[in-house]
Design a protein around this ligand. Structure first.
Ligand SMILES: Nc1ncnc2c1ncn2[C@@H]1O[C@H](COP(=O)(O)OP(=O)(O)OP(=O)(O)O)[C@@H](O)[C@H]1O
Ligand SMILES: Cc1ncc(C[n+]2csc(CCOP(=O)(O)O)c2C)c(N)n1
Ligand SMILES: [Mg+2]
Ligand SMILES: [Mg+2]
Ligand SMILES: [Mg+2]
Length: 333
């Protein structure tokens, strides 16, 4: 049980293990953190996870909730080509959550931060009437004037993605329908993709240094929706070739087992946290192998064309306008 705000904060802060001391003039513990010596330009983003909207007890363990919320934020910094440096964490806790469960949420955030030398420098802890709400505000750095923008796509560019999509949505479907034990036994990769996605910071950094000036967006709401955002910001049309969209083996197997369309999960599902980008064709073809040597996959899935802003999808040689919505928080209202 949680019955004291101040001792809860103290115990949560004890879960912090990692992060740069450099540049932290005043750490968590005072009225606000004070940072100095930030490099280049500052990237600033925030994303929230709400119990019942982003997770249920049967879809996520406490550690996963922390990991995924931090990852969703790191992924937005990655999509700008930046490196995450400092975080603030806001936690609203309803009755029924114990201190023993809140510690692992912090541990999950810490473990997601550790590879990036990213430090939690403060936050806020409050009670909530019903559901747990976790918000991360993330600060990062990027070379001045070089952040990767959604508005950089040009006609003639190819469209690429950095890895498989649809696995997270397939994992969510599986977890909701079969529960963790059965899901993890049959389709461990899907469960992992949903609970413990990996942000593509290295890919974002590589793209920034490629000299391509690519457009870039991370996949939180589904591939087609993210493509639409690039199309709208750039004033171009994107053609996605559905058969080129990379799917995982388990995604295909699970879809076959239940008679579902795995491409729906990829195009409309979301939470894959791969990067979707565009790049000049010649430079892309020359660069793909260089990227591969660094462990970065760049998979061509379509192209950029002139035309009214929007997304078309080619299926079995037939081109149709994408009229889906992707993940939309207010779609059911
Ligand atoms: N309540 C808000 N107030 C101000 N700006 C907002 C608000 N909500 C979103 N934005 C801004 O709108 C833009 C799009 O936000 P959105 O959250 O859709 O992007 P995202 O974080 O990449 O996607 P996702 O939240 O699905 O991961 C961002 O620049 C974001 O900062
Ligand atoms: C229980 C449960 N139901 C549905 C989903 C799917 N989901 C929730 S939010 C979101 C988009 C990204 O979030 P945001 O746009 O807020 O960053 C997706 C795909 C889930 N993860 N858990
Ligand atoms: Mg957001
Ligand atoms: Mg994003
Ligand atoms: Mg969203």
């Amino acid at each position: 049980m949680v019955n004291d705000e101040f001792s809860l904060i103290r115990s949560l802060l004890q879960h912090r293990v990692s992060g740069r001391e450099k540049g932290v003039e005043v750490d968590a513990g005072d009225d606000a953190a004070v940072l100095n010596r930030l490099q280049g330009s500052t990237v600033l983003t925030c994303d929230t996870m709400v119990e019942t909207v982003h997770f249920l007890p049967e879809t996520m363990e406490p550690w996963d909730i922390g990991w995924k919320c931090m990852t969703a934020n790191i992924s937005d910094v990655a999509a700008m080509g930046g490196r995450p440096t400092h975080a603030l964490v806001s936690l609203a806790v309803p009755e029924g959550w114990s201190r023993e469960e809140l510690g692992p949420i912090y541990r999950g955030m810490e473990d997601a931060s550790a590879p990036f030398d990213l430090r939690i420098v403060g936050g806020d802890t409050v009670s909530s009437p019903q559901h747990l709400v976790l918000t991360v505000v993330l600060l990062g750095e990027v070379e001045e004037g070089q952040a990767l923008l959604r508005s950089s796509a040009r006609p003639g560019d190819i469209v690429f993605v950095t890895g498989e999509t649809g696995s997270s949505a397939a994992g969510l479907h599986l977890l909701k329908n079969r529960g963790f034990n059965s899901a993890a036994q049959r389709y461990p990769t899907l469960v992992k993709a949903h609970r413990q996605p990996v942000p593509r910071v290295d890919a974002g950094r590589w793209l920034l240094h490629s000299g391509w000036k690519p457009a870039c967006n991370d996949v939180s709401d589904g591939l087609a929706r993210e493509a639409w955002e690039i199309a709208e910001a750039s004033g171009i049309r994107i053609l996605l070739e559905r058969e080129k969209v990379p799917l995982g083996e388990e995604t295909v197997a699970y879809a076959r087992e239940i008679g579902a369309d795995p491409y729906y999960w990829a195009l409309e599902g979301g939470e894959d946290f791969e990067l979707l980008g565009t790049a000049p064709r010649e430079a892309f073809l020359r660069g793909v192998r260089e990227a591969e040597k660094k462990g970065i996959r760049l998979i061509e899935i379509g192209r950029v064309e002139e035309g009214p802003a929007g997304v078309d999808c080619k299926v079995n040689g037939q081109r149709r306008e994408w009229t889906g919505r992707g993940y939309n928080h207010f779609a059911d209202r």
